[in-house]
Design a protein around this ligand. Sequence first.
Ligand code: NAP
Length: 287
Amino acid sequence: MPDSGAILVTGATGNLGPHALTHLLATGRRVRALVLPGDPRADRVPAGVEVVHGDLARPETVEPALVDVDGVLLMWPFFTLRVDTVPAVLDLISEHARRIAFVSSIGVHIGLEARDNNCHSYLESMIEKTDLEWTFLQTTGFASNARGLAEQIRGDGVVRFPYGAAARSSVHEGDVAEVAARALTTPGHAGARYVTTGPETLTQAQQVAIIGEVIGRELRWEDVPASVAREQMIAQGWPPSYADGALDYFAQLVQESELVTTAVHDVLGRPPRTFREWAVENADAFR
Ligand SMILES: NC(=O)c1ccc[n+]([C@@H]2O[C@H](COP(=O)([O-])OP(=O)(O)OC[C@H]3O[C@@H](n4cnc5c(N)ncnc54)[C@H](OP(=O)(O)O)[C@@H]3O)[C@@H](O)[C@H]2O)c1
């Protein structure tokens, strides 16, 4: 079947989505964004992308976005959306499309998510049951997660969170997006599970220090007990099992650094971008 249809991107207005839209547009393919009705971030969708409104929580609203679609970049907003509608959404995608790339998590690769019963492992198992040509991006934490520290950084410059010594291989979300775009538009990626990471590990405290160097301010990390952060995470909308899973994982990364892979380089033919490069691009968020 020729690759003549459009590519649909869900999660189009989030951290990763706009990067994916830009990379897909550059291939010359028709690109469509699924956007929640009334989304205040709809202006993050670049010009040239067709916007179709739909809600993954109401599968019947997603079907119009799938007309004449060949490939789908699926993101499941895992904090805010339950998985009840996954089977119906995947049925619709299978009816229309041939390829799917799913933004999953390194947690599946290392067996963490099976324990916590989080959504990515479930989504992967359901996608595997379809006839779609699938590619999974089992990604480590996005560099953009550092935006969650921006308020503290802009305030007194002291980041209070547990496990400053946890060594993470955070990945530039734009790199994950580019790998996904490649998987949807070039042959050879069906059945691949790409564990996408950054080029190196940095402790959480080192990441904050780098942001400080980039914005010209001395920032400080202050470890607080995990129980304090857990309360804050739950207050911010994290389901308790996700908060526990994340905090246990950070504790583990104090003992053993997070995995670093060559997946981004293997697919894109260039090394993944560093956390410092991400911080330079996003410095204004911390000023
Ligand atoms: N962040 C990480 O470290 C990380 C690590 C591993 C995997 N992932 C996966 O990557 C995905 C993308 O991450 P991100 O940071 O780009 O996410 P994000 O910034 O939170 O963006 C989520 C996107 O989903 C949209 N959305 C929310 N509810 C929806 C619904 N019911 N129907 C349709 N769209 C809906 C949001 O629209 P609004 O703009 O209206 O909210 C937004 O565009 C995550 O969902 C997660 O599964 C992330």
